[in-house]
Design a protein. Structure first.
Length: 202
């Protein structure tokens, strides 16, 4: 009986957590930040995906001009998009809605900028946009095409968690690209368990 009661309590606890995450954007952001930072997920992600990222960037060829990164997180992918690896990139706009990520993201931006200066790259501009991809697109309405469009839009392991959903996010990316611009994306697949899929949807 004790085991059955413990199982019921555990199931109720999991249901309560999932329910809270589904209902509260702030709770989801805090939970993701704690998971990301506590378990050093960014370091693990960098190790797991470095080969895939390099293959993706190699297939795309050298990047240049303006780059929009969707869901920059703590900036772990930033060195692959500009600086000494991509010296022809002149600007990166980092779109990140989770304010808890901003402190580390700014540190990453400062580090990449310093490394670019050390490599003789003086015209690199890095900007943090606090909001979603859709927020960013709305903020550029009324600007000229030259000012609002990008040569490259990068979405690396983020489309599963954008609030507007992957299809709408990709449509927004297309609107923000120059006519001959490039979309770089790297994604994992839907989780195998219903719990993981629920967390991804949350």
């Amino acid at each position: 009986m004790l085991i059955e009661n413990s199982a019921l309590v555990a199931a109720a606890s999991v249901a309560g957590v999932v329910g809270t995450l589904a209902a509260s954007k702030r709770a989801r952001e805090a939970c993701f930040f704690m998971w990301w930072s506590t378990f050093r997920v960014s370091n693990l992600l960098a190790l797991m995906t470095e080969r895939s990222k390099l293959e993706l960037l190699s297939a795309a060829g050298p990047l240049s001009g303006r780059v929009l990164e969707v869901g920059s997180g703590d900036g772990v992918r930033l060195p692959y998009l500009c600086g000494s690896r991509q010296p022809a990139v002149t600007e990166v706009v980092c779109v990140e809605p989770n304010a808890l990520m901003h402190t580390q993201l700014r540190r990453s931006m400062d580090k990449v900028h310093a490394e670019a200066l050390a490599a003789g790259i003086e015209d690199l501009r890095l900007t943090l946009f606090d909001g979603t991809l859709e927020d960013y697109a709305r903020s550029t309405e009324g600007l000229s095409d030259e000012a609002r469009r990008f040569d490259v839009v990068a979405t690396l392991l983020v489309l599963c968690s954008v609030p507007e959903g992957p299809a709408e996010a990709l449509a927004t990316c297309a609107r923000l690209l120059k006519p001959r611009g490039r979309l770089l994306y790297l994604e994992h697949v839907q989780g195998r368990t219903s719990t993981l899929r629920a967390v991804q949807r949350a």
